[in-house]
Design a protein around this ligand. Sequence first.
Ligand code: NAP
Length: 244
Amino acid sequence: MQINFSGLRALVTGAGKGIGRDTVKALHDSGAKVVAVSRTKEDLVSLSKEHPGLEPVCLDLGDWEATERALGNIGPIDLLVNNAAVLLPEPFLEVSKEAFDRTINVNLRSVIQVSQMVARGMIARGVSGSIVNVSSIVARAPVANLTSYSSTKGAMDMLTKIMALELGPHQIRVNTVNPTVVLTNMGKQVVAYPELAKSIKERTPLKKFAEVEDVVYSILFLLSDKSAMTNGLGIVVDGGYLAC
Ligand code: NAP
């Protein structure tokens, strides 16, 4: 199955590292023009060197006004990947206002804000589009110490359905990918709890974590016309964890 994004412009958040970085590379290699949004400038500099033609945007997506300034006039976007997130583990009884606010602003509020900008542009141009929200298995199964993070991912799954409902008549599809642990910087925070890592692997029928490319391929499929009737739910990339 060939996926070709020539002639399309994509925006990926959290583009500097991990899943976002490899998504940018895959979109670029598939012919898309890519706007790469991330927080650390050095990541965007190295990414742009590797892929000439990228449009880097250095931005803290937790800052509503800065996001408005940086992306308010971003121009036509056909494909959007809401991937940026933070994971700030705390036991439920110790959840702090600061960590909760930061998590909800980056992981959820910015998804609404950036998606509004992009979807309004699609509707104004009268073009179809595809949006992928990078969620998690923890949206659907509880994991200790991840109150703030998991709550944003659970909300993201419902947000995705609402976006699919309201944007569908404009031929804009919205889906999630819900990965299990992937050993990026964020994934390494999870496996720092050895008992948790062990229990996730043991419950997974395939007895392993996901690779970055497992997630990226699902994102590309959902962005592409090959998934033209897939809308509102998306793909679980978890080796069977949620099924068992
Ligand atoms: P990662 O390696 O930590 O990379 C996250 C990227 O997002 C980084 O480039 C980071 O930039 C950027 N970012 C974070 N906060 C930002 C902000 N406020 N503004 C702009 N950019 C920001 O994480 P990952 O594992 O690739 O995660 C990508 C997505 O997959 C996330 O939505 C995550 O929840 C989801 N996911 C991950 C796993 C896993 O095990 N890895 C499992 C399920 C779902 P800085 O480093 O400069 O802050």
